[in-house]
Design a protein around this ligand. Structure first.
Ligand SMILES: NC(=O)C1=CN([C@@H]2O[C@H](COP(=O)(O)OP(=O)(O)OC[C@H]3O[C@@H](n4cnc5c(N)ncnc54)[C@H](O)[C@@H]3O)[C@@H](O)[C@H]2O)[C@@H](O)CC1
Ligand SMILES: Nc1ncnc2c1ncn2[C@@H]1O[C@H](COP(=O)(O)OP(=O)(O)O)[C@@H](O)[C@H]1O
Length: 298
């Protein structure tokens, strides 16, 4: 067993009971005759020059959370590398080329994307297409949304589900208020965002809130300050995006994804890896270990 994964039997039992009752779709075994096409294709777009790592973290977490295929679309004129040495399973393209593909099950945009003109133009073109598959907006995609209010209308017209995953500072930019105001009434902020953009909203931070477009709130209780480290939000984007393309209903993908991400950090800390110095890249392997233990034997 990897050194950090040694929860007590009681702890593991508690996690299994919670997951199986709150998000059973995450706990279903794979069909014996399934193939990579059965588990969906996720496109992750972002990774401007200097921030390729954000996209790689998200992509690796997506693959290890169980989706069939992952494409990374870099907001760069040429690919940073022909192949990722540490994760050659992941397919690479420029964001421009990836926009032409028609085999994408869901798209997650924003990790390390930057907020320059190229990123804004790419996102504007995507949002102008109302019938695109499920769409998750994170990080710089949210920062761009905050300064392009006309996009609000496009989001409201979308046919597929939209998910926004702001941290409190990003939520403040979207609502044009201070981060303190968001933190003073987190449920109200999450509901306001959900109503304004007709979207699922994951308001991150300690006790992350997951809000449906109609304003129904669920509070997460997993996770710890080990997650306060660069890239842990990118990993969450990869996990939720991966669950979405696996056909898990949006509510369970969002609520279960946030729980899995936090519980992966709890598992690592219980094993002595963190909270101080826990790195975002370690979360994906822990989440994979955990999800396989949630599966109900048939
Ligand atoms: N390896 C990489 O390439 C990484 C790229 N990243 C990308 O970098 C881009 C920008 O990230 P930055 O960290 O520069 O900008 P952010 O907008 O995330 O943070 C800027 C500032 O906002 C405040 N803030 C952030 N989270 C807060 C919270 N929860 N509560 C209160 N205040 C908070 C802090 O003062 C922080 O310094 C994103 O696109 C992100 O995806 C980061 O994820 C870090 C790792
Ligand atoms: N003290 C904490 N307790 C629980 N979860 C935390 C804590 N600090 C951060 N997190 C979680 O870590 C993630 C950080 O995401 P984000 O701020 O977007 O980071 P980044 O931009 O570096 O990827 C979120 O899922 C957030 O809920």
């Amino acid at each position: 067993m990897p050194p950090y994964y040694n929860p007590t039997p009681e702890q593991l039992n508690h996690w299994q009971r919670h997951a199986r009752s709150a998000f059973p779709a995450l706990c279903r075994p794979r069909a014996a005759n399934s193939h990579k096409g059965s588990h969906g294709t996720l496109a992750l777009v972002g990774g401007c020059v200097g921030m390729s790592g954000a996209l790689v973290l998200a992509g690796s977490a997506a693959l290890k959370s169980g989706c069939g295929k992952v494409w990374l679309g870099f907001m760069q004129t040429a690919l940073p590398l022909p192949v990722l040495p540490q994760q050659p399973e992941i397919m690479l393209a420029t964001a421009t080329d990836l926009a032409q593909r028609t085999d994408i099950t869901a798209c997650a945009v924003g990790c390390g994307m930057g907020t320059g003109a190229a990123a804004a133009a790419w996102l504007a073109a995507l949002l102008a297409q109302a019938d695109k598959p499920p769409l998750l907006l994170d990080a710089d995609a949210l920062n761009l949304l905050a300064v392009n209010p006309v996009w609000q209308h496009h989001l409201q017209q979308r046919h597929g589900d939209t998910l926004l995953t702001p941290h409190p500072a990003e939520a403040a930019r979207l609502l044009q208020c201070s981060t303190q105001a968001i933190e003073a009434n987190r449920p109200a902020a999450a509901q306001q965002l959900a109503a304004r953009f007709r979207a699922w909203v994951v308001l991150k931070g300690r006790h992350t809130l997951i809000t449906s477009p109609s304003g129904q709130i669920s509070q997460n209780h997993s996770g710890n300050p080990g997650l306060a480290t660069a890239g842990s939000g990118d990993v969450l984007t990869g996990i939720i995006g991966s669950l979405l393309v696996q056909g898990i209903p949006t509510a369970q993908a969002a609520i279960g994804g946030v729980w899995l991400h936090g519980t992966a950090a709890d598992l690592l800390v219980a094993g002595g890896c963190g909270p101080i110095g826990l790195t975002a890249g370690e979360l994906a392997d822990a989440a994979r270990w955990l999800r396989n233990r949630l599966v109900v034997d048939t």
